[in-house]
Design a protein around this ligand. Structure first.
Ligand SMILES: Cc1ncc(COP(=O)(O)O)c(C=O)c1O
Length: 394
């Protein structure tokens, strides 16, 4: 018997979690590891948000909820999107999910037919490629270039979007793993191509509040986009709520109904009392968001400066999210390494520094590493020292 279905061979993964398991193993051996591999704020969830969940538990909010999520939270998400994206959104167009990730799978499962092409950025969050492929789509990588601040080339995007073949264009701004931001012209091109070629746009905006320069821009704000956009957002990054598992999607009702149906098949509904915390996060005081962003800004300066001082390393200043994406090609050449994964392994096992190979984010990530600066300044400073020692061969 062959127990595993063939399609599962197409299922990718998120290696940050696999490296996390290796790190936990080293820690069990009593080693101090400098952890820069995972994308989660190191701050505790703000107290007002925790209190809302505790109150909901005390009020015995412990049963199933509506599968799409409680109305109050969908309303709060719709209000937030209407206010920030300047587009009217109704609670029927919002689907709450356990973490934002299910929205990515659901978008592909619900909208992508076998053989449909989906244009997606590369390097990017690895789950995109995985869900396109496992759902029978063809993942068409759109290269993000260091030369253009890790934005895509307009001519390349024009060439890759094809009428009748491309079902969806995926974008992510601010971006994981590059920290880049798409500008107004990039978004307009995505809109024009989506409208002219009748495609959907999947816009992952989970880092919308973690921006260091200017304001967040969304493709959803552009005319004609509401009926063809699936927008992903969530509480994980903005409110330091990764472990709560709370996210949401905004999409045309016809798609939302199917996403809800998929949710009923897998998890029935998001966790009840967590949703009350989600309402407080969106409607309560926002001061903690600014505090976290300011701290990330401070760390960003330190990380980028130190990386650029290492021999054979070049790093651009990220504009958003909490990742630096240094080019380590020079260092790899000097150290005789052909693949960034070799450098990742040497750093982890020889210096207890866990950062990720850029190839975990797609083939165009070769020669780069992702450094998450979502840990304490003390660990960042010490970890960078260790990294420099290994890279400079001391
Ligand atoms: C670009 C991007 N989208 C979606 C997610 C998923 O977020 P969540 O933890 O809420 O599922 C992440 C998490 O790392 C991410 O970086």
């Amino acid at each position: 018997m062959q127990p595993i279905a063939k399609r599962v061979s197409k299922l990718g993964t998120e290696n940050a979690f696999n490296v996390g398991a290796l790190v936990a193993g080293l820690e069990r051996q009593g080693k101090k590891v400098y952890k820069f591999h995972i994308g989660q704020p190191d701050f505790p969830t703000p107290q007002n948000i925790k209190n809302a969940a505790i109150e909901a538990l005390h009020a015995n909010m412990t049963g199933y909820t509506e599968p799409a999520g409680i109305y109050e939270l969908r309303q709060a998400c719709a209000e937030y999107i209407a206010k920030t994206r300047k587009v009217e959104v109704s609670p029927e167009e919002v689907v709450i999910t356990p973490g934002a990730k299910p929205i990515i799978f659901a978008a592909a499962f619900v909208c992508v037919e076998r053989g449909d092409e989906v244009v997606y950025p590369n390097p990017t969050f690895p789950i995109y490629e995985s869900v396109i492929e496992v759902n029978g789509g063809r993942a068409v990588p759109l290269r993000l270039n260091e030369e253009t601040g890790f934005r895509f080339d307009h001519e390349e995007l024009k060439a890759k979007v094809k009428k009748g073949k491309t079902k969806m264009i995926m974008i992510n701004s601010p971006a994981n793993p590059t920290g880049s931001i798409l500008d107004e012209n990039d978004l307009k091109l995505v809109r024009d191509l989506a409208v002219d070629n009748d495609t959907l746009v999947f816009s992952d905006e989970i880092y919308d509040q973690i921006i260091y320069e200017g304001e967040h821009r969304s493709v959803l704000s552009l005319p004609g986009m509401k009926e063809r956009t699936i927008l992903l957002n969530g509480h994980s990054k903005t409110y330091a709520m990764t472990g709560w598992r709370l996210g949401y999607g905004v999409m045309p009702k016809e798609i939302a109904d199917k996403v809800i149906r998929l949710g009923i098949n897998i998890y029935s509904c998001p966790t009840s009392f967590v949703q009350k915390a989600g309402v407080e996060a969106l409607r309560g005081p926002q001061d903690s968001v600014a505090v976290m962003r300011d701290e990330f800004r401070r760390r960003r300066e330190v990380v980028v400066k130190a990386l650029n001082e290492m021999k054979g390393v070049k790093c651009q200043m990220p504009k958003g999210a909490f990742y630096a994406f240094p080019n380590v090609k020079g260092a790899m050449r000097r150290l005789g390494m052909k693949k960034a994964i070799e450098l990742q392994e040497k750093l982890l096992y020889q210096k207890e520094v866990s950062i990720l190979s850029g190839t975990y984010f797609g083939k165009y990530g070769e020669g780069y590493m992702r450094f998450s600066y979502d840990t304490t300044m003390a660990d960042i400073e010490e970890g960078l020292k260790m990294m420099r020692e290994r890279i400079e061969g001391k």
